[in-house]
Design a protein around this ligand. Structure first.
Ligand SMILES: [Zn+2]
Length: 328
């Protein structure tokens, strides 16, 4: 019944074990917060409770989404980045940017409720932040991620994402880029482009496709009902997209979250943006790397086996997840 699958994109293995679904309470249902709208720092009219705003998108009703520095920042743009020997060990200053994107003025509105327009505002703001952060030549990688629900690491219910930009490409990302570089050397094609070609041919894991993007459940999904949203135009980052591309992406996310709600209800999830490193000079990452978004439902906890081996156990085959999301 169980099987190992090899993930060609990330060079890792996943165990599919449908029996795991039969455990008591194997899916965690959504999320209760200690939640008080009157204390929420992300409310319209309470802007003074956040640090000084960095950027915003607005319509004639006021702001639609805004970016502020993270009050509980893990990295600081004023910190230095020099590396120091500490005996055998080594450390560096915590240089980097850490920002919060408040995605909506509406306290209760989650991505499951977002309109197409909400997504386009949000994506346009993310793109503007990437373009702006890139101007700081000390920065080399931008990580955009969203934790939604306690199970996914969120501490506030008001819908928000985070941007962290670092002076060094994280080792894990570097490893994945190297892997893609090796592939490019052998095949003279980007790994992701070949992967999409094969996914399209086999059809069964595809959820949806539009002019610029394709959403599918990866062959070796680490998490149940995980989806990838990848672009078909060879973009390696958000900055390369024009308005019509951002519109297609907004349309895709809007449709995908509607499908998710129909199948699973509302649930905790992480949404992760993967982009090529920035300010990497003559480096070839734009040629070998593709921008994509990974949506990871947090329907159950990862536990000791995953932490100790890096091998994930997933109870739902991606073919089954895709079928349900398509509504077949
Ligand atoms: Zn709020």
């Amino acid at each position: 019944m169980s099987e190992f699958r090899y993930c060609k994109l990330n060079d890792c293995e996943v165990i599919f074990a449908p029996k795991r679904l039969k455990r008591p309470e194997s899916f965690i249902s959504e999320v209760s917060y200690a939640d008080d709208v009157n204390q929420c720092p992300f409310e319209k009219g309470r802007e003074e409770y956040t640090p000084k705003e960095i950027d915003r998108m607005e319509d004639d009703q006021g702001w639609r989404c805004r970016v502020v520095p993270n009050l509980f920042n893990a990295l600081g743009i004023e910190d230095d980045f020099t590396s120091q020997k500490d005996g055998f060990f080594e450390k560096r200053g915590g240089f980097g940017a850490h920002e919060v994107v408040i995605e909506t003025p509406d306290h209760r509105k989650q991505m499951f409720d977002f309109s197409k327009e909400d997504f386009v505002y949000y994506l346009t703001l993310l793109q503007r932040r990437c373009r702006s952060l890139k101007k700081d030549k000390r920065l080399h990688y931008i990580s955009i991620f969203k934790n939604s629900g306690q199970q996914a690491g969120a501490s506030l219910i008001h819908s928000h994402s985070q941007i962290m930009a670092t002076g060094k490409v994280p080792a894990e990302i570097e490893k994945k880029i190297d892997f893609k570089r090796q592939y490019y050397k052998r095949h003279a094609r980007a790994l992701m482009d070949d992967l999409i070609y094969d996914e399209k041919k086999s059809v069964k894991r595809i959820v949806e496709e539009n002019d610029c993007f394709i959403a599918y459940c990866p062959y070796a999904s680490q998490f149940a009902f995980e989806t990838m949203v990848v672009n078909k135009k060879g973009y390696s980052c958000l900055e390369q997209m024009d308005f019509s591309d951002l519109h297609s992406l907004g349309e895709m996310l809007h449709s995908l979250f509607k499908r998710y709600r129909e199948v699973l209800g509302e649930f905790a999830f992480n949404m992760l943006f993967f982009t090529a490193p920035i300010n990497d000079g003559e480096n070839d990452s734009r040629r070998i790397y593709r921008f994509f978004i990974r949506i990871v439902p947090r329907l159950y906890n990862i536990a000791g086996f995953e932490l100790s081996t890096g091998v994930y156990i997933n109870a739902v085959l991606p073919e089954e997840a895709a079928k349900q999301l398509r509504g077949d």
